[in-house]
Design a protein around this ligand. Structure first.
Ligand SMILES: Cc1ncc(COP(=O)(O)O)c(C=O)c1O
Length: 392
């Protein structure tokens, strides 16, 4: 049975975790894995999450099955945060809970594949490396358009729009809602408007991947692009993750929404999502979504969550500013948002930084800004700046 399988390389980031763990040097710096870290390099459970877990422990009376749509209250309570008060609860929005943002993206891809045999999806270059296997796994054809040039630290907007002008009606366009992974680059107002206009004019279907709401500019601000695209286009999908903005990573908390042309079309699409979900994971895991629901049901826990989210975002912004000020070569960091930056390091430079300086980052030169601290940032700049390839 299994002799036909070919050996697979170890996952790059997981390999980095092991290398970093086994590195005895005291000043080592971990900018690899994409999780939030505080000044001590820790990723603590949020206080709001702990409080919600206490409440669940005291009050949850059953672990019996929910349904394929998961925790319906969780989905409803997220709607005003993501879509805004006006759109929340609309009959043209159909949402279901999923195992993380990854599950939401996979479910979206499966729904598209079922709706339209031979469906195609456009992704920017670069994008989160998991996008391609998720979409290909569902049988979608993947097309790419330019998005970001690491050497100039600029979005290649003209080239991106040119490529998308050649998209066919019904093609899906993947759009990072905020805090782009791996680049941190964001469309400005005019660019967002132009993209929405193009999608609407050419009948393209946006699939918005919103995995970092609140960690970029703010909860409202980070939803702006998604809302603009949903307003402009008849049909759209939105894959959401609570794993970063609630610090729930391993609990696998996410949701997928479809926006249909009419209430009936939305209902049918949502019913199909449930059928697909039943065939993959049957039901999403409950605990993380229940935590988010318990928080969002209680104003005092919402306030606590907001404060903790603000603290995470402010820390990232401070580090971005500091990095940008520390050297002209890092000036792009101040324009970008969220945890990531993509720096023009050659693979050899990435290896040299790791081996000579104990600085760990992804092989493509992506750094997790949250892995920097007020203390180690200077050492990072001193070691890294001479190794950057070409500069804006
Ligand atoms: C752009 C992007 N989308 C989706 C995800 C998936 O998030 P989750 O951990 O909730 O599956 C990630 C996680 O790193 C991401 O960076």
């Amino acid at each position: 049975m299994f002799s036909g399988l070919s050996p697979q390389p170890a996952d790059g980031l997981l390999r980095l975790i092991v290398l970093h763990r086994d590195d005895p040097r005291p000043g080592k710096i971990d900018l690899g894995v994409g999780i939030y870290r505080d000044d001590d390099g820790a990723t603590p459970v949020l206080k709001a999450v702990k409080a919600a877990e206490h409440i669940l422990l005291e009050t949850q009376e059953s672990k019996s099955y929910l349904g394929a749509d998961g925790d319906v209250g969780f989905v409803q309570l997220l709607e005003p945060i993501i879509f805004g008060a006006e759109m929340a609860g609309s009959s043209r929005l159909g949402g279901v809970q999923t195992p993380g943002g990854t599950g939401a993206l996979r479910l979206a891809a499966e729904l598209v594949a079922q709706s339209r045999p031979g469906a195609r999806i456009w992704t920017g270059t670069p994008t989160w490396p998991n996008h391609a296997p998720i979409f290909a796994g569902a049988g979608l054809e993947i097309l790419t358009h330019p998005f970001f040039d690491a050497e100039t630290q600029r979005i290649e907007f003209g080239a991106m729009m040119n490529a998308l002008e050649s998209a066919e009606p019904g093609d899906v366009v993947l759009v990072h809602g905020s805090s782009h992974n791996p680049t941190g680059a964001e469309l400005d107002e005019g660019q967002a408007e132009a993209l929405a206009e193009l999608c609407a004019r050419r009948g393209l279907v946006p699939l918005i991947d919103l995995a970092y709401q609140g960690l970029g500019r703010g909860l409202e601000e980070d939803a702006g692009l998604a809302r603009r695209l949903l307003a402009a286009c008849d049909e759209a999908l939105l894959a959401y993750s609570c794993d970063k903005n609630f610090g729930l990573y391993r609990e696998r908390v996410g949701a997928l929404w479809v926006q249909g042309q009419t209430a009936d079309a939305t209902q049918i699409a949502r019913d199909n999502m449930l059928v697909v979900a039943r065939g993959i994971w049957s039901m999403p895991p409950d605990h993380g979504a229940a935590i988010v629901r318990v928080i969002l049901e209680r104003p005092e826990l919402v306030a606590l969550w907001h404060a903790e989210l603000d603290e995470m975002r402010d820390r990232i912004s401070r580090l971005r500013e500091k990095l940008a000020e520390s050297h002209p070569l890092f000036a792009g960091a101040a324009r970008q948002t969220g945890m990531f930056a993509l720096l023009p390091f050659s693979p050899e430079a990435v290896t040299e930084l790791r081996e000579m300086h104990g600085i760990y980052m992804a092989g493509n030169g992506r750094i997790n800004i949250a892995g920097l601290t007020e203390e180690n940032i200077e050492r990072f700049v001193e070691a890294a700046a001479p190794l950057l390839r070409v500069y804006a």
